[in-house]
Design a protein around this ligand. Structure first.
Ligand code: FPP
Ligand code: MG
Length: 298
C-alpha cells in the first residue's frame, strides 16, 4: 500500500512538467514511510487516505532535506545524503518544491485536516529551531529536550494520526495522543541508536549526535549521575571529534548511569501510553507499530 503513496508523490512531482525536478527527485532517499503507514491504517476506508499520506510524506521528506543541510550531514538512510550529492542549494530548493506542492494538495482537504497538518509544520519548524539553539552549548535541561523532540519529530506523527482519524470519522483526540507518544518514543529510540549502533548498522558515525551538539536523553541521564568533575569533563567533550579514549570514557559513564536502559524504559513507557490511547479500537497493526518501533535496531 505504501507503494501507492510513493507512486502518487512521483505523479505529483511529474505533474509540474519540469524534467530537471523529476530527475533530481529520484535522488531523494526513500524512508520507512512510518507516517504513511499510520495514515493508511487509521483511515482504512477513505479513498483520500493515500493522498493525505503523500502530503505528509512530502512534508517529512522536505524537512529531512533541510535538516541534512542544517546538520551538514553527508549520509542519510545509509547512503550519500542529497545535499552531499547535489549541494546545499539544490537540497534547500528541492525541499521547498516538495513542501509547497504538499501544501497545494493539502488545500483539497477539509479545513480541520488542513489546519491540523499546517499547525504541525509550524511546530516542526519551531522544534528544529530549538534543536539548533540547544545544540550551540551543552543543554542539561530534560524539559527543553522533550519540548524539542515533540516539535521536531512527534508533532508531525501526532498530526498524521489525528488527521487520518478526522478523515475516517474517528475520535481525533485518541489518535492524536497515540501519535504524539509514538513520536516521542520514536525519537528517543533514534537517540539511543546513535549511541548503541555500529556505524554500519546506522549508516552514520556512532555518537554523531553529541558531535553535532545534541545532548540527547542517554547523555542527560549520564550527566545527572556524574560528579561535578565528571560533568565538566563531559561538557568539555561536547561538539568535539572524539578519540577512542574519549568514546570509551563516555560509554563507561553511560554504563555506570544505566543511561541506555533508562532511555529505553522511557520510550517503553511512552509506547504504553500510546497503546492505552487506542486500546478500545483493538487494532493489532497499530499496536505492532509501537512494538516494532521500540525493538528496531536502525
Ligand atoms: C531530524 O532530526 C529532523 C526532523 C525530523 C525535523 C526537521 C524539520 C525542519 C527542517 C523544519 C521544517 C521544514 C520543512 C520544509 C517542512 P535529527 O537531525 O535529530 O535526526 P536525523 O538523525 O534523522 O538527522
Ligand atoms: Mg539531522
Amino acid at each position: 500500500m505504501v507503494e501507492k503513496v510513493s507512486a502518487l508523490i512521483s505523479s505529483f512531482m511529474a505533474s509540474m512538467g519540469e524534467e530537471s525536478v523529476n530527475a533530481l527527485y529520484e535522488k531523494v532517499p526513500q524512508g520507512k514511510m512510518l507516517r504513511a503507514k499510520l495514515i493508511l491504517e487509521i483511515a482504512k476506508s477513505s479513498k483520500e487516505a493515500p493522498k493525505l499520506a503523500a502530503v505528509v510524506e512530502m512534508i517529512h521528506a522536505a524537512s529531512l532535506l533541510h535538516d541534512d543541510v542544517i546538520d551538514e550531514a553527508d549520509i542519510r538512510r545509509g547512503a550519500q545524503s542529497f545535499n552531499a550529492e547535489c549541494g546545499d542549494k539544490s537540497a534547500i530548493m528541492m525541499g521547498d518544491i516538495l513542501y509547497s506542492n504538499a501544501f497545494a494538495k493539502l488545500t483539497e482537504f477539509s479545513s480541520d485536516i488542513a489546519k491540523c497538518v499546517a499547525n504541525a509544520v509550524s511546530l516542526l519548524s519551531e522544534g528544529e529551531l530549538l534543536d539548533v539553539e540547544l545544540s550551540k552549548s551543552f543543554n542539561a535541561d530534560k524539559e527543553k529536550y522533550f519540548k524539542m523532540i515533540y516539535g521536531k519529530t512527534a508533532s508531525l506523527i501526532e498530526a498524521s494520526a489525528k488527521s487520518a482519524a478526522l478523515l475516517e470519522g474517528l475520535d481525533a483526540d485518541d489518535f492524536a495522543l497515540y501519535g504524539k507518544n509514538l513520536g516521542l518514543a520514536f525519537q528517543i529510540i533514534d537517540d539511543v541508536l546513535d549511541v548503541t549502533s555500529t556505524s554500519s548498522m546506522l549508516g552514520k558515525p556512532a555518537l554523531n549526535d553529541f558531535k553535532e551538539g545534541k545532548v540527547t536523553l542517554p547523555y542527560l541521564y549520564t550527566y545527572d549521575k556524574c560528579s561535578d568533575k565528571e560533568k565538566k569533563h563531559l561538557q568539555s567533550l561536547h561538539k568535539k571529534s572524539l578519540n577512542s579514549d574519549e568514546i570509551g570514557w563516555i560509554r563507561q559513564k553511560m554504563d555506570d548511569a544505566k543511561a541506555i536502559k533508562h532511555s529505553i524504559d522511557e520510550a517503553k513507557r511512552l509506547g504504553n501510553e500510546a497503546l492505552k490511547a487506542i486500546k478500545k479500537y483493538n487494532n493489532k497493526n497499530l499496536e505492532n507499530i509501537i512494538t516494532q518501533m521500540i525493538e528496531r535496531d536502525f
